[in-house]
Structures are given as C-alpha cells and as structure tokens.
Ligand binder design. Structure first.
Ligand SMILES: O=C(CO)[C@@H](O)[C@H](O)COP(=O)(O)O
Length: 229
C-alpha cells in the first residue's frame, strides 16, 4: 500500500482567506488540496470552478490539486481545469456519457485520472477501465455538502475496491471522502484507503497541525485488513 495522503477539502475553508487557509494546511502537513466542484445540477449545491484553481496556483500553491467534479456533463470543463493547474481530475461515471473517453480526455490534458463512486453506486464499471485510472474515490457521504456523517457501509466497499486495485499491476490510489476525521481514520485505513479527504474535521479545528498529526498517528496504528483492531 502507498503512503497515506491527507487532502483537506477547501469546501470547509474560509473562502475570504482561501490562499492563506491553503498555505496553512499545507504547512501543517497536508499533502494535497482537495477541490470540490459542484454545479447545482448533478448535486444540489454550487461551489467554485477553474478560476479559483488558477488563483491558488497564482498564489503560489505547488502541492497537487485534487479536483473532484460533481458536475454533469464533465468533458467540456476538463481542459479548463487542466489549464488552471489541476493535477488530478476525478468524475462520477454516471455524469459522463462515455467513461473511457472522459478518462482519455483527462490523460490527453496531462492530468491524472480519478473515478468517483457514490455510496450506493456499485463499482461495476471499474474493472473495465482500471488501466486508465490513477485514483478510485469512494464517497462516504452523498455528495453535495460538507459536514455530513460517514456512512459505515463504505468500509466494506473500501475492502472490495482494495481487492480490485491489488489485483491490478499499476499503482492506483484509493481515496475516501466524507465524514472522515481522527475518530474513524484508523478503520478507514484498515479497510484499504491510502488517501483521505477531510474538510470540516481539519478546517473546523483551530490547530491544523494538531489535527493532521492526530490523523496520521491514528492511521499509523491501523493494521490493513483488520478493521476495529
Ligand atoms: O465532496 C464532498 C461533499 O460532496 C466532500 O469533499 C466533503 O466536502 C467533505 O467534507 P467533510 O465531510 O470532511 O466535512
């Protein structure tokens, strides 16, 4: 399994001070910036688009920007995110008419690819496109809002995804998003995740260093394959 990546979701940041907020979480030990794009169509909420991604790059952010598209359709906006500095672009298979083509488009734009599965969406299509996927993202809440409660059934689904990934020769990250924090990260890592998104659990705390350290130390105590140990 790959080293743990912690990707704070800027959806929970103070937008009026976004550049400083991102600088602070990265200085506190976060690895990536998780960038939640919502269109008030695929999900019932509206967030931000490529200009904000570009603004973060112009501000000086060099860490990977992990763009999660909760939009439909997806293809039209992918070149804009690539030009804005996205490192990795993930989308939901049901939001694309042609999943394989969208994955190719992201690759052609020079970004890494991710496929996102909602809590009730089966992983069925994954095995047909694993050769084009760099990251599998399992939603552990229904997408659209931060601050929701982790859906426990995600743990069994993580184990299912981990088995698929481990049977594949390429390095593919397994990310979890929604309701993740110090209280459940050990079980999440034990179930097979190597990448975690956390919004309110990080930005909701006054001390970003302390919460990120706590998440790392609890994750380090997990034994892969042994949930609840
Ligand atoms: O994509 C989403 C919600 O749609 C997530 O990234 C959440 O924004 C995570 O927030 P917390 O549950 O960690 O507050």
């Amino acid at each position: 399994m790959q080293d743990l990546v912690i990707a704070p979701s800027i959806l929970a940041a103070d937008f009026a001070r976004l550049g400083d907020e991102v600088d602070q979480v990265l200085a506190a030990g976060a690895d990536w910036v998780h960038f939640d794009v919502m269109d008030n169509h695929y999900v019932p909420n509206l967030s931000f688009g490529p200009v904000i991604c570009q603004a973060l790059r112009r501000h000086g952010v060099t860490a990977p920007i992990d763009v999660h598209l909760m939009i439909r359709p997806v293809d039209r906006i992918i070149p804009d995110f690539a030009a804005a500095g996205a490192s990795l672009i993930s989308f939901h298979p049901e939001a694309s008419d042609h999943v394989d083509r969208t994955l190719q488009l992201i690759q052609e734009q020079g970004c890494q690819t991710g496929l996102v599965f909602n809590p009730a969406t089966p992983l069925d299509c994954l095995r047909y496109v694993l050769d084009k996927v760099d990251l599998v993202l399992l939603m552990s809440v229904n997408p659209g809002f931060g601050g929701q409660t982790f859906i426990p059934g995600t743990l069994a689904k993580l184990e299912e995804a981990r088995a698929l990934i481990d049977a594949h020769p390429r390095d593919i990250r397994l990310e979890v998003d929604g309701g993740v924090g110090p209280g459940n990260i050990a079980d999440i890592v034990a179930a097979g995740a190597d990448t975690v998104v956390a919004g309110s659990a990080i930005f909701g705390q006054p001390d970003y260093v302390a919460v990120i350290e706590q998440m790392r130390s609890r994750a380090a105590s997990a034994t892969p394959g042994r949930r609840g140990a």
